[in-house]
Design a protein around this ligand. Structure first.
Ligand code: GLY
Length: 255
């Protein structure tokens, strides 16, 4: 059984951090409906959805992925790269302590969970504006005893590594090669997003299929033609806050 940690979105979502998208009005009611539909989809696909305590004063706090990296053996609490997001970690740490031993990324390290892509025993970490090499060194020290290899990956023109690449299986990634060096994923089969759909690379991988945002029909069809099961969710309002499907949950195996 998988647990999906999520958090109700803040009424201050419109004050969120933005790096690579322009600010535009967000329909909060629609955002809440879309977020609920996302939670329902996680539930339908076999996750027990657990909500973290609400933090209405923190605009980006719905994007829980950035606060933790959870493995079967341990949970790393991040030190988010944006000052405005640092206070998001404590409620996550409190809840994760029920499931895993906790370690923390500390100064001068900065790390957003959206920059961490795990495939098997390899963790790829985007060298974005949010995550740095000091955090990668701390991850290597914390995770080497469990057999994980942590690798920094140069990237460009997008917020997080998982804006540019996610895993669709243990052997294959979905990638936008304009935003990340595809050579870093040379050991994997590479499915490329349709050139007209640069934001399509972010998918949640579950045992019973992938969740991807609606609005990327060419990439969706390509995934289906490759034999993958794809479930779409509408996420327009959270995308305006520079969010995507992976950002809105932290998945952990209930062991
Ligand atoms: N609004 C998402 C982020 O910048 O962290």
């Amino acid at each position: 059984m998988w647990i999906a940690l999520t958090r109700e979105l803040s009424p201050r979502l419109a004050d969120c951090e933005l790096s690579f998208v322009d600010r535009e009005p967000i329909d909060l009611d629609l955002a809440r409906l879309q977020h609920r539909a996302y939670q329902t989809k996680l539930s339908e696909l076999g996750c027990e959805v657990r909500e973290l305590p609400a933090t209405p004063e923190l605009p980006d706090s719905v994007f829980v992925e950035d606060t933790a990296v959870v493995l079967d053996e341990i949970a790393l609490i991040t030190r988010p790269g944006a000052d405005s997001r640092r206070a998001e970690i404590e409620t996550m740490a409190d809840v994760l302590a029920e499931y895993r031993p906790i370690r923390r990324i500390v100064e001068p390290g900065t790390l957003d969970g959206g920059d961490v892509l795990r495939i098997g025993k390899r963790l790829f970490v985007g060298l974005s504006a949010r995550s740095n090499s000091a955090a990668i060194e701390q991850m290597q020290t914390a995770l080497a005893p469990f057999g994980y290899r942590v690798e920094g990956v140069p990237m460009r023109d997008c917020l997080h590594l998982k804006s540019a690449v996610t895993a669709v299986s243990d052997e294959a990634v979905l990638i936008n090669p304009d935003w990340v060096d595809s050579d870093a994923f040379a050991d994997f089969q590479q499915l490329r997003v349709d050139p007209a759909e640069p934001h399509a690379a972010n998918v949640v991988r579950l045992e019973h299929g992938l969740i991807m945002p609606a609005g990327f029909p060419h990439t969706r069809d390509q995934l289906r033609n490759a034999g993958l099961v794809v479930h779409e969710v509408a996420l327009s309002e959270l995308q305006k806050a520079e969010g995507a499907v992976t950002c809105c949950s932290v998945l952990l195996r209930n062991i």
